[in-house]
Design a protein around this ligand. Structure first.
Ligand code: CAA
Length: 390
Protein backbone atom coordinates (compact mmCIF):
# COMPACT_ATOMS: atom_id res chain seq x y z
CA UNK A 1 0.00 0.00 0.00
CA UNK A 2 1.31 3.47 -0.83
CA UNK A 3 0.35 5.85 1.95
CA UNK A 4 2.19 8.91 3.17
CA UNK A 5 -0.37 9.79 5.86
CA UNK A 6 1.73 10.82 8.82
CA UNK A 7 1.26 9.10 12.17
CA UNK A 8 0.27 11.18 15.20
CA UNK A 9 3.91 10.98 16.38
CA UNK A 10 5.17 12.25 13.03
CA UNK A 11 2.64 15.08 13.04
CA UNK A 12 3.79 16.05 16.54
CA UNK A 13 7.44 15.96 15.41
CA UNK A 14 6.64 18.15 12.45
CA UNK A 15 4.78 20.62 14.64
CA UNK A 16 7.61 20.73 17.16
CA UNK A 17 10.24 21.27 14.44
CA UNK A 18 8.12 23.93 12.76
CA UNK A 19 7.60 25.73 16.04
CA UNK A 20 11.35 25.65 16.66
CA UNK A 21 12.06 26.98 13.16
CA UNK A 22 9.57 29.79 13.59
CA UNK A 23 10.58 30.87 17.11
CA UNK A 24 14.29 30.05 17.32
CA UNK A 25 15.68 29.94 13.77
CA UNK A 26 13.87 32.51 11.62
CA UNK A 27 14.29 35.44 14.02
CA UNK A 28 18.10 35.10 13.93
CA UNK A 29 18.62 33.62 10.46
CA UNK A 30 19.11 36.87 8.58
CA UNK A 31 21.60 38.22 11.12
CA UNK A 32 23.72 35.06 10.93
CA UNK A 33 23.47 35.22 7.16
CA UNK A 34 24.69 38.82 7.15
CA UNK A 35 27.82 38.31 9.23
CA UNK A 36 28.40 34.58 8.64
CA UNK A 37 28.44 33.96 12.38
CA UNK A 38 28.09 30.63 14.15
CA UNK A 39 24.56 30.12 15.56
CA UNK A 40 25.60 28.73 18.95
CA UNK A 41 22.41 29.93 20.65
CA UNK A 42 20.33 27.89 18.19
CA UNK A 43 22.51 24.84 18.87
CA UNK A 44 21.96 25.25 22.62
CA UNK A 45 18.20 25.38 22.19
CA UNK A 46 18.17 22.48 19.70
CA UNK A 47 20.03 20.33 22.25
CA UNK A 48 17.46 21.23 24.88
CA UNK A 49 14.41 20.28 22.82
CA UNK A 50 15.95 17.10 21.37
CA UNK A 51 16.53 18.25 17.79
CA UNK A 52 20.22 17.31 17.76
CA UNK A 53 21.39 13.82 16.75
CA UNK A 54 17.90 12.66 15.86
CA UNK A 55 19.55 9.64 14.19
CA UNK A 56 21.47 8.52 17.32
CA UNK A 57 20.31 5.11 18.62
CA UNK A 58 18.26 5.05 21.82
CA UNK A 59 20.74 2.82 23.66
CA UNK A 60 23.34 5.61 23.27
CA UNK A 61 21.10 8.41 24.46
CA UNK A 62 19.56 9.48 21.15
CA UNK A 63 15.92 9.45 20.06
CA UNK A 64 16.66 6.83 17.36
CA UNK A 65 14.33 8.39 14.83
CA UNK A 66 14.02 6.79 11.42
CA UNK A 67 14.91 8.36 8.06
CA UNK A 68 11.42 9.60 7.21
CA UNK A 69 11.12 11.26 10.63
CA UNK A 70 14.49 12.93 10.01
CA UNK A 71 13.30 14.27 6.65
CA UNK A 72 10.11 15.65 8.16
CA UNK A 73 12.19 17.56 10.71
CA UNK A 74 14.76 18.75 8.17
CA UNK A 75 12.13 20.25 5.87
CA UNK A 76 10.70 22.29 8.75
CA UNK A 77 14.06 23.48 10.08
CA UNK A 78 15.22 24.37 6.60
CA UNK A 79 12.03 26.37 6.08
CA UNK A 80 13.50 28.45 8.95
CA UNK A 81 17.07 28.60 7.58
CA UNK A 82 18.86 25.92 5.57
CA UNK A 83 22.29 27.24 6.59
CA UNK A 84 21.54 26.74 10.27
CA UNK A 85 19.92 23.38 9.46
CA UNK A 86 23.04 22.23 7.60
CA UNK A 87 25.07 22.90 10.73
CA UNK A 88 22.53 21.34 13.10
CA UNK A 89 22.38 18.20 10.94
CA UNK A 90 26.09 17.71 10.18
CA UNK A 91 26.45 15.19 13.00
CA UNK A 92 24.02 12.96 11.10
CA UNK A 93 26.17 12.91 7.96
CA UNK A 94 29.33 12.20 9.94
CA UNK A 95 27.58 9.47 11.95
CA UNK A 96 26.25 7.43 9.02
CA UNK A 97 29.58 5.69 8.24
CA UNK A 98 30.06 5.02 11.97
CA UNK A 99 26.63 3.40 12.18
CA UNK A 100 27.39 1.39 9.04
CA UNK A 101 30.98 0.36 9.75
CA UNK A 102 31.91 1.03 13.38
CA UNK A 103 32.27 -1.80 15.90
CA UNK A 104 29.77 -1.87 18.77
CA UNK A 105 32.38 -0.43 21.14
CA UNK A 106 33.28 2.41 18.76
CA UNK A 107 29.62 3.22 18.16
CA UNK A 108 28.95 3.29 21.89
CA UNK A 109 31.91 5.61 22.53
CA UNK A 110 31.09 7.92 19.66
CA UNK A 111 27.32 8.22 19.96
CA UNK A 112 27.47 8.55 23.73
CA UNK A 113 29.96 11.37 23.38
CA UNK A 114 27.71 13.14 20.86
CA UNK A 115 24.59 12.82 22.96
CA UNK A 116 26.02 13.32 26.46
CA UNK A 117 28.79 15.82 25.85
CA UNK A 118 27.14 17.75 23.04
CA UNK A 119 30.08 17.00 20.73
CA UNK A 120 30.09 17.85 17.05
CA UNK A 121 31.34 15.78 14.14
CA UNK A 122 32.25 16.41 10.50
CA UNK A 123 32.24 14.26 7.39
CA UNK A 124 35.58 14.58 5.53
CA UNK A 125 35.42 13.25 1.98
CA UNK A 126 36.03 16.12 -0.44
CA UNK A 127 39.51 17.37 -1.33
CA UNK A 128 40.68 20.26 -3.50
CA UNK A 129 41.30 17.86 -6.42
CA UNK A 130 38.66 15.26 -5.54
CA UNK A 131 35.10 16.60 -5.44
CA UNK A 132 32.75 14.64 -7.70
CA UNK A 133 35.60 12.21 -8.42
CA UNK A 134 35.92 10.70 -4.97
CA UNK A 135 38.53 8.12 -5.94
CA UNK A 136 40.95 10.91 -6.94
CA UNK A 137 41.60 11.73 -3.28
CA UNK A 138 45.20 12.15 -2.08
CA UNK A 139 44.91 11.95 1.69
CA UNK A 140 46.79 8.87 2.85
CA UNK A 141 46.53 6.52 5.80
CA UNK A 142 49.55 4.32 6.40
CA UNK A 143 49.35 1.41 8.82
CA UNK A 144 52.06 1.45 11.50
CA UNK A 145 51.60 -1.32 14.06
CA UNK A 146 48.21 -0.94 15.68
CA UNK A 147 47.76 2.58 14.31
CA UNK A 148 47.19 4.36 11.01
CA UNK A 149 48.95 7.64 10.28
CA UNK A 150 46.88 10.15 8.28
CA UNK A 151 48.21 12.96 6.10
CA UNK A 152 46.29 15.27 3.78
CA UNK A 153 43.73 18.04 3.47
CA UNK A 154 39.95 17.95 3.19
CA UNK A 155 37.96 20.95 1.99
CA UNK A 156 34.36 22.23 2.21
CA UNK A 157 33.94 20.49 5.55
CA UNK A 158 30.69 21.42 7.28
CA UNK A 159 31.26 22.39 10.94
CA UNK A 160 34.99 21.72 10.42
CA UNK A 161 36.07 24.54 12.74
CA UNK A 162 33.95 23.20 15.61
CA UNK A 163 34.14 19.42 15.20
CA UNK A 164 35.38 17.12 17.96
CA UNK A 165 35.27 14.07 15.65
CA UNK A 166 35.88 13.56 11.95
CA UNK A 167 34.91 10.68 9.70
CA UNK A 168 37.79 10.72 7.25
CA UNK A 169 38.34 8.91 3.97
CA UNK A 170 41.92 8.22 2.96
CA UNK A 171 43.94 6.11 0.56
CA UNK A 172 45.31 2.95 2.17
CA UNK A 173 46.41 1.65 -1.23
CA UNK A 174 47.43 4.49 -3.54
CA UNK A 175 47.40 2.35 -6.69
CA UNK A 176 44.01 0.71 -6.28
CA UNK A 177 41.67 3.58 -7.25
CA UNK A 178 38.33 3.40 -5.45
CA UNK A 179 39.31 -0.01 -4.08
CA UNK A 180 42.18 1.55 -2.11
CA UNK A 181 40.14 3.91 0.10
CA UNK A 182 39.40 3.33 3.80
CA UNK A 183 37.26 5.23 6.30
CA UNK A 184 38.32 6.25 9.80
CA UNK A 185 36.79 7.83 12.83
CA UNK A 186 39.25 10.44 14.06
CA UNK A 187 39.15 12.34 17.33
CA UNK A 188 40.32 15.97 17.23
CA UNK A 189 43.89 16.45 18.44
CA UNK A 190 46.74 18.93 18.02
CA UNK A 191 47.89 17.39 14.72
CA UNK A 192 44.62 18.41 13.06
CA UNK A 193 44.47 22.00 11.87
CA UNK A 194 41.65 24.17 10.61
CA UNK A 195 43.22 26.04 7.72
CA UNK A 196 40.46 28.11 6.20
CA UNK A 197 36.90 29.17 6.89
CA UNK A 198 35.04 29.78 3.64
CA UNK A 199 33.19 33.05 2.94
CA UNK A 200 30.18 31.71 1.05
CA UNK A 201 27.45 33.00 -1.27
CA UNK A 202 24.69 31.32 0.73
CA UNK A 203 24.11 29.20 3.81
CA UNK A 204 26.38 31.66 5.52
CA UNK A 205 25.38 30.53 9.02
CA UNK A 206 26.91 27.10 8.40
CA UNK A 207 30.60 26.73 9.06
CA UNK A 208 32.63 25.41 6.12
CA UNK A 209 36.35 24.83 6.60
CA UNK A 210 39.48 23.15 5.27
CA UNK A 211 40.87 20.53 7.64
CA UNK A 212 44.41 19.20 7.46
CA UNK A 213 45.72 16.02 9.02
CA UNK A 214 49.42 16.23 9.81
CA UNK A 215 50.84 12.84 10.86
CA UNK A 216 47.58 12.20 12.71
CA UNK A 217 47.64 8.87 14.52
CA UNK A 218 44.44 6.85 14.61
CA UNK A 219 44.05 3.63 16.56
CA UNK A 220 43.22 0.73 14.20
CA UNK A 221 40.00 0.06 16.06
CA UNK A 222 38.68 3.29 14.55
CA UNK A 223 38.87 1.86 11.03
CA UNK A 224 35.24 1.90 9.83
CA UNK A 225 34.31 -1.24 7.93
CA UNK A 226 37.07 -3.12 6.18
CA UNK A 227 40.35 -1.72 4.93
CA UNK A 228 40.06 -0.58 1.28
CA UNK A 229 36.25 -0.75 1.39
CA UNK A 230 35.75 2.91 2.31
CA UNK A 231 34.50 4.02 -1.10
CA UNK A 232 31.41 1.84 -0.81
CA UNK A 233 30.88 3.08 2.73
CA UNK A 234 30.90 6.65 1.37
CA UNK A 235 28.38 5.76 -1.33
CA UNK A 236 26.14 3.96 1.17
CA UNK A 237 26.38 6.98 3.45
CA UNK A 238 25.28 9.32 0.67
CA UNK A 239 22.36 7.03 -0.19
CA UNK A 240 21.25 7.54 3.41
CA UNK A 241 21.83 11.27 3.65
CA UNK A 242 20.74 12.59 0.25
CA UNK A 243 17.04 12.27 1.20
CA UNK A 244 17.80 14.68 4.05
CA UNK A 245 19.31 17.19 1.61
CA UNK A 246 16.23 16.79 -0.59
CA UNK A 247 14.08 17.52 2.47
CA UNK A 248 16.10 20.67 3.16
CA UNK A 249 15.70 21.78 -0.47
CA UNK A 250 11.95 21.23 -0.09
CA UNK A 251 11.97 23.44 2.99
CA UNK A 252 13.71 26.25 1.06
CA UNK A 253 11.25 25.90 -1.83
CA UNK A 254 8.31 26.02 0.56
CA UNK A 255 9.58 29.13 2.28
CA UNK A 256 10.07 30.90 -1.08
CA UNK A 257 6.69 29.71 -2.36
CA UNK A 258 4.94 31.02 0.77
CA UNK A 259 6.68 34.39 0.61
CA UNK A 260 5.87 34.79 -3.09
CA UNK A 261 2.24 33.76 -2.59
CA UNK A 262 1.70 36.24 0.25
CA UNK A 263 3.41 39.04 -1.62
CA UNK A 264 1.41 38.38 -4.80
CA UNK A 265 -1.81 38.91 -2.85
CA UNK A 266 -0.61 42.25 -1.46
CA UNK A 267 1.25 43.86 -4.34
CA UNK A 268 -1.06 45.84 -6.59
CA UNK A 269 -0.18 46.56 -10.21
CA UNK A 270 -2.54 47.56 -13.03
CA UNK A 271 -5.25 48.08 -10.38
CA UNK A 272 -5.33 44.53 -8.97
CA UNK A 273 -3.15 42.34 -6.75
CA UNK A 274 -0.56 40.73 -9.01
CA UNK A 275 -1.96 37.32 -7.94
CA UNK A 276 -4.88 38.13 -10.24
CA UNK A 277 -2.57 38.10 -13.26
CA UNK A 278 -2.26 34.74 -14.96
CA UNK A 279 1.48 35.25 -15.50
CA UNK A 280 1.93 35.23 -11.72
CA UNK A 281 -0.68 32.50 -11.10
CA UNK A 282 1.19 30.10 -13.36
CA UNK A 283 4.45 30.79 -11.53
CA UNK A 284 2.73 30.16 -8.19
CA UNK A 285 1.17 26.97 -9.58
CA UNK A 286 4.53 25.66 -10.78
CA UNK A 287 6.08 26.46 -7.39
CA UNK A 288 3.30 24.55 -5.61
CA UNK A 289 3.80 21.51 -7.85
CA UNK A 290 7.55 21.53 -7.32
CA UNK A 291 7.21 21.72 -3.53
CA UNK A 292 4.69 18.87 -3.58
CA UNK A 293 6.73 16.58 -5.85
CA UNK A 294 9.99 17.34 -4.02
CA UNK A 295 8.38 16.22 -0.79
CA UNK A 296 6.89 13.07 -2.30
CA UNK A 297 10.22 12.00 -3.84
CA UNK A 298 11.99 12.78 -0.56
CA UNK A 299 9.59 10.80 1.58
CA UNK A 300 9.67 7.88 -0.85
CA UNK A 301 13.47 7.68 -0.84
CA UNK A 302 13.54 7.90 2.98
CA UNK A 303 10.76 5.36 3.50
CA UNK A 304 12.65 2.80 1.37
CA UNK A 305 15.57 3.14 3.79
CA UNK A 306 13.21 2.67 6.72
CA UNK A 307 12.01 -0.55 5.11
CA UNK A 308 15.62 -1.71 4.71
CA UNK A 309 15.40 -1.51 0.91
CA UNK A 310 17.98 -0.12 -1.53
CA UNK A 311 17.28 3.50 -2.45
CA UNK A 312 20.25 4.64 -4.56
CA UNK A 313 18.25 5.78 -7.56
CA UNK A 314 15.33 7.11 -5.53
CA UNK A 315 17.67 9.10 -3.33
CA UNK A 316 19.30 10.65 -6.42
CA UNK A 317 15.87 11.35 -7.97
CA UNK A 318 14.83 13.16 -4.78
CA UNK A 319 18.08 15.06 -4.29
CA UNK A 320 18.31 16.11 -7.95
CA UNK A 321 14.68 17.12 -8.33
CA UNK A 322 14.32 18.89 -4.99
CA UNK A 323 17.63 20.75 -5.40
CA UNK A 324 16.94 21.91 -8.96
CA UNK A 325 13.39 22.81 -7.92
CA UNK A 326 14.66 24.87 -4.99
CA UNK A 327 16.83 26.87 -7.40
CA UNK A 328 13.90 27.36 -9.79
CA UNK A 329 11.33 28.15 -7.10
CA UNK A 330 13.54 30.67 -5.30
CA UNK A 331 14.49 32.34 -8.61
CA UNK A 332 10.81 32.62 -9.51
CA UNK A 333 9.99 33.92 -6.03
CA UNK A 334 12.50 36.73 -6.54
CA UNK A 335 10.82 37.37 -9.91
CA UNK A 336 7.39 37.65 -8.26
CA UNK A 337 8.83 40.27 -5.89
CA UNK A 338 10.22 42.14 -8.91
CA UNK A 339 12.88 44.73 -8.09
CA UNK A 340 12.15 44.34 -4.37
CA UNK A 341 13.19 40.69 -4.58
CA UNK A 342 16.71 41.86 -5.38
CA UNK A 343 16.93 43.88 -2.18
CA UNK A 344 18.08 42.22 1.05
CA UNK A 345 15.31 43.84 3.09
CA UNK A 346 12.80 41.51 1.41
CA UNK A 347 14.56 38.32 2.54
CA UNK A 348 13.59 36.25 -0.46
CA UNK A 349 17.02 36.85 -2.01
CA UNK A 350 18.63 34.87 0.83
CA UNK A 351 16.61 31.83 -0.18
CA UNK A 352 17.89 32.08 -3.74
CA UNK A 353 21.49 32.24 -2.50
CA UNK A 354 20.89 29.37 -0.08
CA UNK A 355 19.27 27.18 -2.73
CA UNK A 356 22.39 27.12 -4.90
CA UNK A 357 24.36 24.84 -2.60
CA UNK A 358 21.56 22.25 -2.80
CA UNK A 359 22.67 21.59 -6.40
CA UNK A 360 26.30 21.25 -5.28
CA UNK A 361 26.87 19.51 -1.95
CA UNK A 362 26.40 15.81 -1.27
CA UNK A 363 26.76 15.28 -5.02
CA UNK A 364 26.02 17.87 -7.70
CA UNK A 365 22.85 17.66 -9.76
CA UNK A 366 25.04 16.36 -12.58
CA UNK A 367 26.36 13.54 -10.35
CA UNK A 368 22.78 12.66 -9.37
CA UNK A 369 21.94 12.40 -13.08
CA UNK A 370 25.00 10.20 -13.56
CA UNK A 371 23.81 7.89 -10.77
CA UNK A 372 20.27 7.86 -12.21
CA UNK A 373 21.56 7.11 -15.72
CA UNK A 374 23.81 4.30 -14.50
CA UNK A 375 21.14 2.77 -12.29
CA UNK A 376 18.68 2.97 -15.17
CA UNK A 377 20.96 1.62 -17.89
CA UNK A 378 23.11 -0.77 -15.83
CA UNK A 379 21.30 -1.39 -12.54
CA UNK A 380 23.70 -2.47 -9.80
CA UNK A 381 20.94 -4.04 -7.77
CA UNK A 382 17.56 -5.63 -8.12
CA UNK A 383 14.90 -3.00 -7.51
CA UNK A 384 11.55 -1.98 -8.80
CA UNK A 385 11.83 -0.90 -12.46
CA UNK A 386 12.76 2.78 -12.63
CA UNK A 387 9.53 3.68 -14.38
CA UNK A 388 7.46 2.05 -11.66
CA UNK A 389 9.13 3.64 -8.68
CA UNK A 390 7.49 7.07 -8.78
N1 CAA B 1 26.18 1.71 -2.70
C1 CAA B 1 27.12 0.71 -2.63
N2 CAA B 1 28.12 0.58 -3.54
C2 CAA B 1 28.19 1.49 -4.54
C3 CAA B 1 27.26 2.54 -4.68
C4 CAA B 1 26.22 2.62 -3.72
N3 CAA B 1 25.31 3.58 -3.78
N4 CAA B 1 27.58 3.27 -5.76
C5 CAA B 1 28.69 2.70 -6.30
N5 CAA B 1 29.03 1.61 -5.57
C6 CAA B 1 30.14 0.71 -5.81
C7 CAA B 1 30.08 0.12 -7.22
O1 CAA B 1 29.28 -1.05 -7.27
C8 CAA B 1 31.55 -0.20 -7.49
O2 CAA B 1 31.85 -1.40 -6.81
P1 CAA B 1 33.08 -2.40 -7.24
O3 CAA B 1 34.30 -1.88 -6.61
O4 CAA B 1 32.67 -3.71 -6.68
O5 CAA B 1 33.15 -2.38 -8.72
C9 CAA B 1 32.27 0.93 -6.77
O6 CAA B 1 31.38 1.42 -5.77
C10 CAA B 1 32.69 2.07 -7.68
O7 CAA B 1 31.52 2.59 -8.29
P2 CAA B 1 31.57 3.52 -9.57
O8 CAA B 1 32.37 2.83 -10.63
O9 CAA B 1 30.18 3.92 -9.89
O10 CAA B 1 32.43 4.75 -9.03
P3 CAA B 1 32.82 6.12 -9.70
O11 CAA B 1 34.24 6.41 -9.40
O12 CAA B 1 32.40 6.15 -11.14
O13 CAA B 1 31.98 7.19 -8.84
C11 CAA B 1 30.09 8.55 -8.34
C12 CAA B 1 30.62 7.17 -8.76
C13 CAA B 1 28.59 8.40 -8.30
C14 CAA B 1 30.48 9.62 -9.35
C15 CAA B 1 30.63 8.90 -6.93
O14 CAA B 1 32.00 9.15 -6.96
C16 CAA B 1 29.91 10.08 -6.31
O15 CAA B 1 28.84 9.94 -5.72
N6 CAA B 1 30.52 11.31 -6.38
C17 CAA B 1 29.97 12.46 -5.68
C18 CAA B 1 30.62 12.62 -4.35
C19 CAA B 1 29.81 13.43 -3.39
O16 CAA B 1 28.59 13.34 -3.33
N7 CAA B 1 30.49 14.22 -2.57
C20 CAA B 1 29.83 14.97 -1.56
C21 CAA B 1 30.74 15.16 -0.40
S1 CAA B 1 29.91 15.32 1.16
C22 CAA B 1 29.28 16.89 1.22
O17 CAA B 1 29.14 17.55 0.25
C23 CAA B 1 28.78 17.33 2.56
C24 CAA B 1 29.35 18.54 3.16
O18 CAA B 1 29.47 18.61 4.36
C25 CAA B 1 29.69 19.71 2.34
Amino acid sequence: MVDFTLTDEQKALREMAHDFAEKEIRPVAWEHDKDGSWPQEVFDKAWEVGLMNTHAPEQYGGPGLDFLDGCIIEEELSWGCSGITTSLGANGLAAAPVALGGSEAVQAEYFTDLTENRSLASFCLTEPDAGSDVSGMRTTAVRKGDKYVLNGSKCFITNGSYADWFTVYAKTDKDAGHRGISAFLVHKDATITVDKKEDKMGQRASNTATITFNETEVDARYLLGEENKGFKLAMMTLDRTRPGVAAMATGISRAAFEMATEYSKERVQFGVPIAMHQAIQFMIADMATKVHLSRLATWHSASLLDQGKPNTIESSHAKRFAADSAMEVTTDAVQVFGGYGFIKEYKVEKLMRDAKIMQLYEGTSQIQRLVIARETLLPRRASAPAAATA
